[in-house]
Design a protein around this ligand. Sequence first.
Ligand SMILES: [Fe+2]
Length: 247
Amino acid sequence: MKNREKRPESISIAPLRVDVHSHLLPALDEGSKNVEESLELILELRNLGFQKLILTPHIMAGFYPNSPNKIQQRLLILREYLEERNIDIEIEAAAEYYLDAFFMKELLSKNDLLTFDSEDGKKYLLFETQHLHEPKHIFEAIKRIVRKGYTPVLAHPERYNYLQRDRLLVHQLYETGLLFQVNINSFSGYYGNAARELAEYLSVAQMVSFLGTDCHKQEQIEMLQKTMASPMYATVLRAGDILNNRV
Ligand SMILES: [Fe+2]
């Protein structure tokens, strides 16, 4: 006990037990194509230490017309496939919503949204936006999401050009109560230098609430293995209040 008190720096960092962003439900978006590929990628993520995966297919009008019903059905199929093979990992489903007029008018107003939930009852709503320009009415959208009782989580803020060039906007968004989910692979430059720089900035500023693999395919697993073994990744885990293990 004495030793532990004297050496706080030796307290080990809790590894990520939960991933909150991936495209491993088969054949719903541009991620995994079939259950066999899902199984392979899920085994790789389990080897990286994940015990629970929140699978988040895209929902985007005109491109990925996935519904909660369809996603839940696909989850049951994949769960059964894993259970038959005695794969010991927990899988749940939410979604990565694309923020547009369809989302606001059709999905949010009907309240039929998939979320991942915290132990204390928070409903985290993961959404993405267009990459180049600040989405019109994003502040109003966040307000409405919050008013509906959800906690909005922006998927990979570091990857959007409009945030890479505007740190003030990053802070203004964060101050609304919006949480940021940063992709683990951003820290090794997988999405480019500007994304890496913003990911590091967010980590140092303690503005990273969730980390995600955003895993679609094998190539990203190889990068995750490298990133998660790096000293820089240990620094990221230490830097802020990462909520992954509380969902
Ligand atoms: Fe994604």
